[in-house]
Design a binder for this molecule. Structure first.
Ligand SMILES: Nc1ncnc2c1ncn2[C@@H]1O[C@H](COP(=O)(O)OP(=O)(O)O)[C@@H](O)[C@H]1O
Ligand SMILES: [Mg+2]
Length: 345
């Protein structure tokens, strides 16, 4: 077993990279699922891969898990090359997909025991590992019940426990909270933080939610249509798109476009531009500071524009996208959410 260690890759912020991806390409016919992706995940950190439906997130995770073969490019995970050392690589990764991967008919314990055996753990070790992970993810009481009787949160915890059986160095979480209620989502977030803190795992987390990325990730890579459109720390990214967004409602609806125009003309809006939400009757203005907020109000009152409402919002993924790519994030064609049967390469 050879590990590529003579030249440890360095991430953007200096730490050693546990995951290093260069020029990764995967096309499906006309669809460029991945179109030359570069990214690094520093050891012991969480990288958020943020992107809308169809951006290429699952394709990326599948390539990095050796489930599919990229057309070109390279990736090294925990020292192993995805293309040349797939067997070794599989031993050091854990994966929790977007959909529950546990067998509903089996109990929590049996699920974990079975996975342990599949990973070649001796019987006794598979038993101990199952027990300790059930304990760790607060599932001991439910251990003997079929997983189908579990709540959404318990299932997700079982998924996470399953991905930890092989004590992975690197964990891929592919949209781990999509479709979960807020409380369950919080539980998952807590567990992910604990895994990073206590188990020292490196996490590559894909998500459609800015909030999730903010909660868990120290750095972000934003992808769209198979390409990286932005990257950096949350702070850097937010500065790029505007730290907050003002939603301004003119008292007179006919003043909507004049309001946007006045603000664009005043050049107050930092790096991103003003957008008009005609349906809602509001103007969205990205701002970076309290001074800009005050200036916005000043400009509008100088123009004699009366406001009915003004609210501050954190940027939504849509706004981040609009600002970074010039088009809306909502490419929610249902095809993108379908699970694909893998075609033989
Ligand atoms: N096996 C496949 N066959 C054909 N097209 C695919 C396949 N897998 C993914 N795609 C397409 O590649 C693009 C990226 O998909 P995916 O990686 O699932 O995106 P995400 O996980 O970000 O929603 C989408 O346009 C999707 O329709
Ligand atoms: Mg996906």
């Amino acid at each position: 077993m050879t590990r590529i260690e003579n030249n440890p890759q360095r991430g953007a912020s200096g730490g050693a990279s546990a995951v290093s991806v260069r020029g990764l390409v995967k096309h499906y016919g006309e669809t460029k699922a991945l179109d030359g992706v570069d990214l690094d995940v520093r050891e012991g950190t969480v990288l958020g891969v943020l992107g809308p439906n169809g951006a290429g997130k699952t394709t990326l995770v599948r390539c990095l898990s050796t489930l599919i073969t990229p057309d070109s490019g390279s990736a090294v995970v925990a020292g192993y090359d995805v293309l040349r050392q797939p067997r070794q690589l599989r031993r050091v990764i854990g994966l929790t997909g977007q959909y529950a991967s546990v067998d509903e008919k089996l109990s929590g314990y049996d699920n974990l025991y079975m996975i342990g055996r599949l990973l070649d753990l001796p019987r006794k070790e598979a038993r101990t590992r199952a027990d300790s992970l059930l304990e760790r993810f607060s599932l001991t009481e439910a251990a003997k019940r079929p997983a189908r009787t579990y709540s959404g949160g318990m299932r997700r915890r079982l998924d996470l426990a399953a991905s930890m059986i092989g004590s992975p160095a690197v964990l891929y979480l592919d949209e781990p909270t999509t479709g979960l209620d807020p409380r369950t989502r919080n539980e998952v977030w807590d567990e992910v933080r604990r895994m990073v803190r206590e188990d020292g795992v490196t996490v590559l987390l894909t998500t459609q939610y800015m909030e999730e990325a903010e909660q868990l990730a120290s750095e972000l890579t934003v992808i769209d249509r198979g390409r990286v459109v932005a990257g950096g720390s949350i702070g850097e990214l937010k500065a790029k798109v505007g730290g907050r967004t003002l939603r301004i409602r003119p008292a007179d609806p006919t003043q909507l476009h004049p309001t946007a125009h006045a603000l664009d003309e005043a050049g107050l809006t930092g790096l991103a531009t003003t957008t008009v939400d005609t349906e809602d009757g509001t103007v969205l203005v990205p701002i970076l500071s309290d001074e800009q907020l005050t200036a916005v109000v000043g400009v509008l009152s100088a123009r004699g524009i009366t406001l009915a409402d003004i609210a501050t919002e954190l940027p939504s993924l849509d706004e981040v996208f609009l600002s970074l790519t010039g088009h809306k994030a909502g490419l929610t064609d249902d095809a993108a959410t379908t699970e694909y049967e893998e075609v033989a390469a």
